[in-house]
Design a protein around this ligand. Structure first.
Ligand SMILES: Nc1nc2c(ncn2[C@@H]2O[C@H](COP(=O)(O)OP(=O)(O)OP(=O)(O)O)[C@@H](O)[C@H]2O)c(=O)[nH]1
Ligand SMILES: [Mg+2]
Length: 337
């Protein structure tokens, strides 16, 4: 079992990062180029917040401006209140009188707020690991699945080189689809095929366009129920007898992950989607797309405060390399520095 992207992009302490830079230059270069992309993508959101700190005094006006800037960035009332309170405490403790230093303290507050959202996607625990992907029309589901598929193939190839030569030559991706077929039945077929063919991962794309939100939820719930009927996957991590249904039976039943893709551009509306999809489906993670060019990137803080479903990946563009794992500190720094 390994955490997705662990090899390439773990969240290293500075010491480990230095070591990684020495031994794994291409990976750290990739992460560097991702960081500059992330920074560019978040410029619109971060820019208006950063202007609050260009004055010479830390006073009520600064906090009021900051409050407006955070609300404008769709941080939401609750997260904005939390951030202001936490920041004021940090400013008091540090006894700083320099507005520029307050920006650095805001990075710390934001980092603290976002940290619970940071969680790696674990694959390899179940065989196959079944990942159902939901989201409204145009959120970026299919694009994200395409990017993930490529990353997964790379991750497995990297693991294969290091551990098991046999994985290397394996034909990596099958696509199961059926025009006009019942989505739940196609999903069931895909999971069954994944099991029969000994695949590592099954990704299930779903449609976002249905007459109403209610129709969409009902269809997604049905897809989830039908996927469950495909029966338990092999548990690769536990030492228990896989035929003993009384042990860990629930966790082996697919889908192992139910991910919601949200369009970061939709701000507070994305938060509403998280709440309603989570209520209907029991989400295990989020993919937040289109953070490039939006002024509403504060929505991640709102999610952290109001419905902290882990953010597994964030997207800042349409290209393959524009989807990456979410790291709270990177995000806070990219946003504000
Ligand atoms: N700028 C930008 N565009 C993105 C990103 N992710 C996806 N897109 C674009 O968003 C559009 C919609 O993406 P899709 O992947 O088709 O969305 P979907 O959720 O599968 O849509 P439906 O299947 O119709 O429900 C496409 O033009 C993508 O290229 C991103 O991170 N940044
Ligand atoms: Mg699609």
């Amino acid at each position: 079992m390994f955490n997705f992207f662990k090899k390439k992009f773990a969240d290293p302490t500075p010491a480990v990062r230095a070591e990684a830079a020495a031994t794994d230059a291409p990976a750290s270069m990739q992460r560097q180029s991702w960081l500059s992309k992330l920074k560019a993508g978040l410029r619109k959101t971060g820019g208006s917040i950063a202007t609050v700190f260009i004055g010479t005094q830390i006073d009520d006006a600064l906090y009021e401006d900051l409050e407006s800037a955070l609300l404008m960035a769709d941080t939401g009332v609750k997260a904005t209140e939390w951030l202001l309170q936490d920041l004021k405490r940090r400013v008091k403790d540090s006894r700083t009188t320099d507005p520029a230093a307050v920006k650095g303290l805001l990075v710390e507050s934001l980092c603290h707020l976002l940290a619970p959202l940071q969680k790696p996607l674990v694959i390899g625990h179940y065989k196959p690991t079944v990942i159902m992907v939901a989201g409204v029309n145009g959120a970026g589901k299919t694009t994200s699945i395409g990017k993930l598929t490529r990353h997964l193939a790379d991750t497995f190839r990297a693991a294969a080189r290091e551990q098991l030569g046999v994985w290397a030559d394996r034909n990596t991706v099958d696509i199961i689809s059926q025009d006009g077929g019942d989505p739940a039945a196609v999903s069931f077929d895909a999971v069954s095929a994944g099991k029969a063919r000994g695949r590592d991962v099954v990704l299930i794309d779903t449609a976002g366009r249905l007459p109403t939100q209610l129709h969409l939820m009902e269809e997604l719930k049905k897809i989830k129920r039908v996927i469950q009927k495909a029966g338990p996957a092999d548990d690769q991590a536990s030492a228990t007898d896989p035929t003993d249904a009384s042990v860990g039976a629930d966790s082996r039943i697919p889908p192992h992950e139910v991910l919601l893709v949200i369009d970061g551009n939709t701000g507070q509306n994305a938060l509403h989607q998280v709440k309603s999809f989570d209520d209907a489906l029991g989400l295990t993670g989020l993919i937040v797309t289109k953070l490039d060019g939006t002024a509403k990137g504060g929505v991640l803080a709102a999610i952290a405060r109001e419905r902290p479903v882990p953010v597994l990946f964030i997207g800042v563009g349409e290209k393959l390399e524009d989807l990456e794992t979410f790291n709270a500190r990177e995000f806070a720094q990219a946003l504000l520095t």
